[in-house]
Design a binder for this molecule. Structure first.
Ligand code: AMP
Ligand code: MG
Length: 196
């Protein structure tokens, strides 16, 4: 019997439009195939842990916590996600690299990625200039302002991190470009990956 994996991990740096691409892809799959996709948000899972422990008041404070605490919360969130991801078609909305005060935290370390065992790791990417503008415009979040050059480096590093995740689990790695005004195109590609 061939193995079957039902989890697609969707990553992308803050401001890339990841959540919009995900929501649109989920609607597409429902319309075209009559199938439900469950979206599990890693940040939300971690925020629940951090709130319970009185460590933060909003989700953008989490990446400023000491990295040891972030790793522990990440482990607990990873276990919860892996458990919830056992049924149906699932998207895990998360990051390959989180910008902390002490360098990049690996979003999908070995113990997390193995527990989730995704079929594909998707990188949603966008033009660094557009990402910089979207962060400034997002009043709902405390997004970090970043130079366009730093955004570009972050995106490149995320490719490397995604490949490492694929190496550990055999997951494929897919880059999906979220071009300005073309979210439907990006979502169609994600829907295709979900239904593969
Ligand atoms: P988001 O809503 O996707 O921007 O995620 C909110 C926050 O959750 C991020 O800024 C991180 O602090 C945390 N987070 C999300 N995914 C991970 C992960 N895989 N590992 C560590 N922290 C994460
Ligand atoms: Mg998001």
């Amino acid at each position: 019997m061939s193995e079957s994996r039902n989890v697609v991990i969707v990553t992308g740096i803050p401001g890339v439009g990841k959540t919009t691409v995900i929501n649109t892809a989920v609607e597409l799959v429902k319309e075209k195939h009559g199938e439900e996709v469950k979206v599990l948000n890693f940040g939300t899972e971690m925020f629940e842990v951090a709130t319970k422990n009185g460590q933060v008041k909003d989700r953008d404070e989490m990446r400023k916590l000491p990295t040891a605490i972030q790793r522990e919360n990440q482990r607990l969130a990873g276990e919860a996600i892996a458990e919830k991801g056992k049924t149906a078609r699932v998207i895990v909305d998360t990051h390959t690299l989180i910008q902390t005060n002490n360098g990049f935290l690996i979003g999908l370390p070995e113990w997390v990625i193995r527990a989730i065992s995704p079929k594909t790791i998707v990188l949603v990417e966008a033009d660094p200039e557009k990402i910089a503008l979207r962060r400034v415009d997002d009043a709902t979040r405390a997004r970090d302002a970043q130079m366009v050059d730093d955004i570009e480096v972050h995106q490149q590093m995320c490719r490397a991190a995604a490949v490492a995740g694929g190496t550990l689990t055999g997951a494929t790695v897919r880059i999906i470009k979220n071009k300005q005004g073309m979210v439907e195109e990006a979502s169609a590609q994600l829907a295709e990956t979900l239904m593969e």
